[in-house]
Each structure stands twice: as C-alpha cells, then as structure tokens.
Design a protein around this ligand. Structure first.
Ligand SMILES: Nc1nc2c(ncn2[C@@H]2O[C@H](COP(=O)(O)O[C@H]3[C@@H](O)[C@H](n4cnc5c(=O)[nH]c(N)nc54)O[C@@H]3COP(=O)(O)O)[C@@H](O)[C@H]2O)c(=O)[nH]1
Length: 718
C-alpha cells in the first residue's frame, strides 16, 4: 500500500479528480470564510482598542493632580473639536463632571457597567444607553488611575467614550474587505471548478479512449487504434497500446493462417480417413455382398448356411435350400448385351426379396445363380409352395431397357436332415436338383433325389465318352435335304452330327451337343464336322451331285473361337470346296455375343463366298432390322413356329411377318421342321423359298442322302 491508499477503488478517476477538486474548493472557501471572520473581528477589536486608547489617554490627563474643573472642561471642549463623539468624565457616583458636550455636565449617568468599572478599577466596554437619547451605543469605560498607579482598586471616576462611530467606520471598512474576499472566493471557486472540469476531462478522455480501445483489442478487434494526441505519459501509453495491438494483429493473422492451414490439413486428413473408412466399409461390404444386386454373396451365404445348420442340429425345424437358375440367361446376355443382363438380374433379385419372407435368406452366387434358404421348412408342400412362388415371380414379364422379356427359371430343392446334414452337401444337392429341373423341361422345380446323382455321373461319363468318340472316329454326319419350294429340287442339305456309341447306342445331339458346348469339346467336334461336310460335298460333286450347298451348324462357342476363320480357310483350301457351296448356320445369340467382332467375322467369311444363315430364327430377341446390319443370306424359321402353323394363329402371324420382312430385306428364307402338306401349302402361299423337314426326309447317312438326291433328280417316267 502506498502513501495514499486507494480509498475508493470502484470510483472512476473522473469522480475521484472532481472529488479532490471539491475538497480543495471547500477548504479554500473555509479559509476565505475564516479570513472574513478575522477581518470583522479585527475591525471590532481595533475600534475597541482605539476607543480604550483614547479613553485611557483622556483618563490620564483628567486625573492630573491639581487640575481645576474648568481646565478639565476646557480639555473636554478641545476633545469635542477632535472627536465628533461623546467623551465624558463621571465621578464615582456616576455624575458627569466634564464632557465634550457641556449640556450633560452635572447629569447623573447611572449605568451598571460604568459603576462596575469604577468599582473594580478596570476598563470595560459594553453596549448600553446613550447619555443623550438612551439608545444603545458602544461605549468604553476607563477608570481614572489610582494616585499610586495601582490598578484593580476603586477609582475616583471614569472616562466614558461612546465609540459607535469609530466602530461603525472600522466595521464598514472590514465588511467591504470581507465582501471583496467573498466575491474573490466565489470567482476563484467558479474558475477553479471550470478548471477542474477541464483538467479532469483532459486527463480522463484519453484514458477512457484507452480503456475502450484496449477492450476492443481484447475482444478480438485487433485493428482498433488510438489517436496519439500528445507526447506525454498518456500519449506514450496510447502509442504503446497501438504497437501492442499491431503486434497482436500480426500474431492473430499468423495464428489464423496457421489455423486455416491446420483446418485444411485436418480436412484433408478427415477426407482421407473418411475415404479410407468408406473404402474399408466398401471392401467389407463387397466381401459379403453381391455388388450387382446387393444381395448377400457366396461368402455371407456360407455363414448364414452354417448358422442354419447349427440351429437345425439343435432341434429346430429343418431348413430347405432352393437353388434358382434362370433358363436361357446366357442367350439373353449374349443377345441383348450385359447391360440388359444386369438389369434382368437386379429385377430378379428384387422380385425374390419381394416374394419371399423377410426371414428367408436370399443370395446371389454368381452369374444367374441365386440361392434361397428357407428356415423352418415344415413339409414338402411348404417347399413346393415356396418354389411355386419363386417360379411365378420370375415368370412375370420383365421390362429391361428397350425390351419386354419373358424369362423362366429352374429350381432345385434340398432339405436339411432328409438330404444331408452339412451345408456343402446340401448346396451340392440343391444344384443337382436344379439341373434335374432343367433337364425336365425348365420352368419347373425338383427335389433332390439320390437318383439325380446318377444323372450327374452319367453327364460326366458322357463327356469322357464323347472325348474318346471324337478320337476314335465314332461320330458321323447325317444330311437332311433342303428343297426349293418352287422347283421342288434339292438345293442342299444340313449336316447333322450323329453319335452311334458302341456303349450307349445312338446318342442324340440334344444330349451330347450341350455337354460338348459346356466343356469346350464343341470346338474340335465342330471343326471335324465342318471338314467332313466339305469333304463329303466335294465327294458328291465328284459323283455328279453338283449344285448342292452344304449347311453346317456353328455353336456360339465355335463362333467366338479366334481360330474359326483360319480353320475354315484351311478346310476350304484342303478340301477344295468352293466357298459358295458352304453355308454356316449360326444363331442370333452367337452373333450378338460381340456384335462388332461378329460383323467382322461374317464379312471375312462372306469374302470367301461362304453363305450365312441365321438358325432358329424367331426364338431370339433380335429384330430383322438389327440383323440387317450383318451380311446375312438366309433366315431359317425355327421349327417350333412351323409345328403349330395349322393350329396356332400367333405362329402363323409370326411366320407371315418373318416372310414378308425377309422379302423386303431380300433375304432367302428356309422353313425347318416341315412335317405335313398343310405347312407346306401355307409356306408356299406366303412365298417361302426352301423347306426342310421330315415331310421330305429325315437326316440321312451320306450314302442314303446321295441315293435320295439321285432318285429325286431321276426324270420321272412319262
Ligand atoms: N453345333 C452343332 N450343332 C449340331 C450339330 N448337329 C446337330 N446339332 C444340333 O443339335 C440339335 C439337335 O439336332 P438334331 O437332333 O439333329 O435335330 C435336327 C433335325 O433332326 C431336326 N428336324 C429336322 N426336321 C424335322 C422335323 O420335320 N420334325 C422334327 N421334330 N425335327 C426335325 O431339327 C434339328 C435341326 O435343327 P437346326 O440345327 O436348328 O436346324 C439341333 O439344334 C442341331 O442344330 C453340329 O454339327 N454342330
């Protein structure tokens, strides 16, 4: 604590300064007041002293021993000239013995104060009755000195001096001086107050500005600055505050920049973390989900299946597995492209989810294979109901961009407990059952039965036997003639594979061609058929059977074989067959697998003179105008349309439309599977070019075919 403790810490400096000024002012006024009082009292005293002095002098002179009354009066007369006031001498009994005014001489003036002064031998002053008019007047009584000069003993008389005038004169002067003092004090007080205000303001204003600016800076407004008005302590303080604010501003800007950098780095980091998290989540998701349909994938399904097995083993109701495979999906995918195939699979997934209960697990295993796990499968009837629901859901038309498709599915069912106890076995059995459903005509379901295993084994056996058959030359080609409808002449034949297996008997191509296609055996098999057909046609030509075009089937797998073109070139070269005597039958789907590559291949084949026929036309999804983009010569109307021509108006309409459009596009049309005259007549009327079918001949071994042509070419006996 300093010398002067801070008495009012809460009080503003302005108030403190003004307060200090007020205190000083009050002191000043008190001093001025005191001076006034002293002046007045001094004047009073001076008047009294003056009066006493005069009275004392008069008393000494009046008391001179031997002084006669007359001399005494003369002295008072002369005093009357000097003083315009009453001075008189009384004896001890109060009788006036001499006076400046002779009229009162001899008059008794009985005033207690005079009598007391005489009795005590000491001067007194008082305000008492005037000797003339009895009004109050200021008087001083000085007793005559004792003859031995002793004071304090009864005197012989006293001089009375009425000094009111002296008093008034001195008091008037004193009052004037006091008035001047008061006036000066007032003026000085006012001026002092004004000064105090100005000084306070001058001191406090920069401090207040300082306070405001510092508060602004503290609140974050680092741009706030003070006006430096002076070079005194306040001015220097303001300049220091300004420098401090500028420093703060710089530090704040640097901090802001660092914060912004940090925020950017943080955002980048956050972004990186988010992306990493998303990627991790995506990886996690993809590990367990099928990206196309969002259904659980094989992985997740494996876990679901394991859970279901565990539950069933603990005594819950057994569950069932439904293996769902779309029929002809590959054809759709190849023909319409993968976009359409994907859209179809997504819609199938959506329908399965919609159709089945929330508790049923649905997964996509890949391709067009879906699997459904139905918990608590109570009975076979229950399983059948589920299978029906699945088939019906898929049988409804699908609208995929630009197309309305009708798709069917085959469903294989295996049941926990009855067919097997572990997931892997049940999956295998459901798969086998699904193949059984397909074999049974598709668009159906089948329960697993141990007999199905035999079929699978039989399939494997067939594959191995087919490989041997190809190596051992067991395969044959049969030829089915084609007739020109207008002339009735045989124009060519379709080469069809036959497999008289020593072990299996005559195996139908319907059986072994799909196995060959699946296993890839179709490539060497097809190559053999092609070479054999060309060779045979050349042989017939050599026998005189000229003008025949041999048609050979090319499966989709063969068509996409990169060696196909070079194989055909070398076969034509090797056999010597004119390319124009060879026709290749290709399905729409085979061409559409890769339209651009297909177009290039067909152009190359055309440049060899080879004719191109679209086989099974009408069963695919391509329009004629699409096919027109390919260098095609012939359309073969599928035998399924021809079969019901007599009974099915839809097939009739379709066949008519194909014929009409083919004419417009200048395409050659062959109708296959013609079995009766009604069909023949219908096709003739609608302008079909060629016919093929049992009505004329079944596929024949080479020798029989040659005989058939011979017979046909023999001129009929007249
Ligand atoms: N890639 C190859 N595919 C081939 C080859 N050889 C045959 N095949 C294909 O196998 C499928 C079945 O052939 P197949 O049992 O020989 O049946 C053909 C004819 O016998 C049958 N046909 C002919 N006329 C009639 C008839 O009036 N009625 C009737 N019910 N069937 C008849 O049609 C089959 C010929 O069909 P297509 O090939 O579509 O012209 C079959 O898909 C063959 O293509 C081969 O070497 N390679």
């Amino acid at each position: 604590m300093g010398l002067f403790p801070n008495l009012f810490p809460e009080m503003s400096i302005r108030l403190k300064l003004l307060g200090a000024f007020l205190v000083m002012l009050a002191g000043f006024i008190v001093l001025a007041g005191a001076a006034v009082v002293l002046q007045l009292v001094g004047a009073q005293r001076a008047a009294l002293q003056q009066a006493e002095h005069v009275a004392a002098a008069v008393a000494r002179i009046s008391e001179q021993p031997g002084a006669a009354q007359s001399a005494r009066q003369s002295y008072f007369d002369s005093l009357g000239v000097l003083f315009d006031r009453d001075i008189f001498l009384v004896d001890a009994s109060g009788v006036v013995v001499a006076a400046t005014d002779r009229r009162i001489v001899g008059q008794a003036h009985q005033v207690p104060e005079i009598a007391q002064a005489v009795a005590e031998g000491r001067p007194r002053d008082f305000v008492g009755p005037d000797v003339f008019d009895g009004t109050d007047a200021r008087q001083v009584v000085v007793p005559l000195p004792a003859p031995d000069g002793t004071a304090g003993v009864r005197a012989a008389g006293a001089v009375v001096f009425e000094y009111t005038q002296v008093y008034d004169t001195l008091m008037a002067e004193a009052k004037q001086a006091a008035l001047l003092t008061v006036l000066a004090t007032f003026i000085l007080a006012v001026l002092g107050w004004i000064m105090a205000f100005r000084v306070t303001h001058a001191l406090v204003r920069p401090l207040a500005e300082l306070e405001r600016t510092v508060a602004l800076v503290a609140a974050g407004n680092h741009g706030a600055r003070l006006r430096v008005r002076s070079n005194d302590e306040v001015g220097r303080l303001a300049a220091a505050v300004n420098r401090m604010a500028a420093d703060l501003q710089r530090q704040h800007d640097a901090l802001q920049e660092r914060n912004a950098d940090l925020a950017r780095s943080n955002a980048l980091l956050q972004d990186g973390i988010t992306r990493q998290q998303e990627a991790a989540e995506r990886i996690e998701y993809l590990a367990y989900h099928d990206s196309l349909t969002a259904l659980p994938n094989r992985n997740q399904f494996g876990a679901l299946l394991a859970d279901a097995v565990a539950r069933a083993e603990r005594g819950h109701h057994p569950f069932g597995l439904f293996f769902v495979d779309l029929d002809r999906f590959k054809q759709i995918n190849d023909t319409l492209g993968h976009g359409a195939g994907d859209a179809l699979l997504q819609e199938v997934a959506r329908r399965l989810r919609q159709t089945l209960r929330a508790g049923d697990a649905i997964a996509r295993l890949g391709g067009d294979e879906f699997v459904v796990l139905v918990d608590e499968l109570r009975s076979d009837r229950h399983a059948e109901a589920v299978a029906h629901k699945i088939l019906q859901a898929i049988a409804r038309p699908f609208i995929v961009p630009g197309y309305e498709l009708r798709v069917t599915a085959s469903v294989g069912i295996s049941r926990h407990g009855r067919d097997g106890r572990d997931g892997q076995t049940l999956m295998k059995y459901a798969d086998i059952a699904m193949y059984q459903a397909k074999a049974a005509g598709k668009n159906s379901f089948a329960f697993y039965s141990p007999a199905h295993d035999d079929n699978s084994i039989a399939r494997l056996e067939l594959e191995s036997r087919l490989r041997c058959a190809l190596e051992l030359g067991e395969l044959e080609l049969h030829y089915q003639p084609k007739l020109d409808l207008r002339s009735g002449r045989i124009t060519g034949m379709e080469a069809l594979l036959r497999w008289p297996s020593p072990g299996l008997g005559m195996v139908s191509p319907e059986q072994f061609i799909p196995v060959a296609e699946e296993t890839g055996l179709i490539v060497p098999l097809g190559k053999w058929a092609l070479r054999q057909a060309c060779r045979q046609n050349m042989a017939w030509l050599a026998q005189g059977l000229d003008g025949l075009t041999v048609a050979v089937n090319l499966s989709p797998r063969q068509f996409s074989d990169p060696d196909l073109l070079t194989d055909i070139v070398s076969i034509l070269h090797e056999t010597g067959l004119d390319g124009r005597r060879l026709e290749l039958e290709i399905t729409e789907s085979a061409i559409m697998q890769d339209a651009e590559a297909g177009r290039r291949l067909l152009r190359s084949l055309k440049s060899l003179g080879v004719r191109i026929a679209i086989d099974d036309f009408g069963t695919g999804y391509s329009s004629l105008s699409t096919l027109k983009q390919f260098p095609i010569d012939t359309l073969k109307i599928d035998r399924s349309f021809i079969a019901d021509l007599a009974t099915d108006p839809e097939d009739r309409g379709l066949t008519e439309a194909i014929l009409q459009m083919a004419r417009t596009l200048k395409l050659h049309v062959v109708a296959e599977g013609v079995e009766n005259r009604v069909q023949q007549a219908f096709l003739r009327e609608r302008g079909c070019d060629e016919l093929q079918g049992f009505l004329f001949s079944k596929p024949l071994p080479a020798a029989e075919f040659a005989a058939f042509v011979h017979d046909q070419r023999q001129p009929t006996a007249a």
